[in-house]
Design a protein around this ligand. Structure first.
Ligand code: KIV
Length: 295
């Protein structure tokens, strides 16, 4: 038996929802955009309370909460369940659903159908897709034409990491940097409202930023982008190891959790838990009657 989830705080009810227009305004004003991933209701409440601008229900849930080795196996049904939980905790940030690998590449129709599921079944405001090649650009265009805002994602795109030669920074020579630029511009031209630049040299991001007019959120792309995104579990240290070079740890929750569970186990084994205050009482007469009933 545990308590029901709490209601949004009064402060939260007063904040205005983040719209696409608001993100464009932030870019124009040079106000940094804050984006974080969330995969469940408690994390949604936390990022809401921190007033983040954009929440991504990322396919990185695959390795961060579902125990897959990478983002490739996660399915739309798995992501939808997580996205619904996140939706129940959010009031103001723009909520973006991450189209999983295999859910949009086959045809424009498949891409639109999948994007519609995020909007209709989980209440997402927008979707994100990876890659800036001809297929991804066509899918972005089709989803935008169906009325769903699309965030693009170039540079290191984990869904196709094998084709990119592994989890490594992209755009590190002139030709590769030109490719990242070309893809970013093509996604912008296809109607994306925003882009993610992942793991590209800071100077390359800076050069591309001069030619981009929509808000760009960076992760391992240096300070020139309009905002920054980190994975919830990375920034809070809810995982083993340090992760990628661009991760900055703001807490070490994994250690706290491990210590908490170990202390509970120790208390149970040594009889220190439960104590009297953790139990319920019954009236002495009722207990007597109960004993007679059992006799
Ligand atoms: O799924 C994810 O977490 C992402 C971010 C790294 C942008 O795509």
């Amino acid at each position: 038996m545990s308590s029901p989830p709490r209601e949004p705080s009064a402060d939260r009810q007063e904040r205005k929802p983040i719209t696409l227009l608001k993100l464009a305004e932030k870019r124009a004003l040079g106000e940094p955009i804050v984006m974080v991933t969330a995969y469940d209701h408690p994390s949604a409440l936390l990022v809401e309370d921190a007033s983040v601008d954009v929440v991504l229900v990322g396919d990185s849930a695959a390795n961060n909460v579902l125990g897959y080795r990478d983002t490739v196996p996660i399915t739309m049904d798995e992501l939808l369940m997580l996205a619904r939980a996140v939706r129940r905790g959010l009031t103001t940030p723009l909520m973006v659903g991450d189209l999983p690998f295999g859910s949009y590449e086959v045809s424009d129709e498949q891409a639109v159908r999948t994007a519609l599921r995020f909007v209709k079944e989980a209440g997402c405001d927008a979707v994100k897709l990876e890659g800036g090649g001809a297929t991804s650009v066509a899918r972005a265009r089709a989803i935008v034409a169906a009325g769903i805002p699309v965030m693009g994602h170039v540079g290191l795109t984990p869904q196709t990491a094998t084709a990119l030669g592994g989890y490594r920074a992209q755009g590190r020579n002139a030709q590769a940097a030109a490719r990242v630029a070309r893809e970013a511009l093509a996604l912008q031209e296809a109607g994306c409202f925003s882009l993610v630049f992942e793991a590209i040299p800071s100077q390359v991001a800076e050069e591309i930023m001069r030619r981009i007019e929509i808000p760009v959120i960076g992760i391992g792309a240096g300070p020139a982008t309009d905002g920054q995104v980190l994975v919830f579990h990375d920034l809070l240290g809810i995982r083993e190891g340090l992760g990628a070079r661009f991760v900055k740890r703001y807490a070490n929750i994994q250690d706290e959790m491990a210590a908490g569970v170990a202390a509970f186990a120790e208390d149970v084994r040594t009889g220190r838990y439960p104590e009297a205050q953790h139990g319920y009482a019954i009236d002495a007469g009722e207990l007597q009657a109960f004993r007679q009933h059992l006799a």
